[in-house]
Design a protein around this ligand. Structure first.
Ligand SMILES: [Zn+2]
Length: 70
């Protein structure tokens, strides 16, 4: 989380093809690959966690709604 890290990684030549960050499309860094920063990595993780338990519940709810009509 130091500012020096950002400058250092910017000068490092990538060993592989540079890949855009899935969150903001900036070039990824080796420290946070495939993301550009720790913040984007956490963003993706939190979204993944939300989605993982929102999807199965939605399917069950629509069925339960019909059963409880009468
Ligand atoms: Zn990013």
């Amino acid at each position: 989380m130091s500012q020096g890290d950002e400058q250092r990684t910017a000068k490092v030549e990538p060993l592989r093809k540079a890949r855009p960050c899935p969150e903001c499309r900036r070039p990824s860094t080796r420290d946070n690959y495939p993301f550009c920063s720790d913040r984007c990595r956490n963003l993706d993780l939190s979204r993944w966690l939300k989605g993982s338990y929102a999807i199965p519940v939605a399917d069950d709810e629509s069925k339960a709604d019909d059963d409880y009509r009468d």
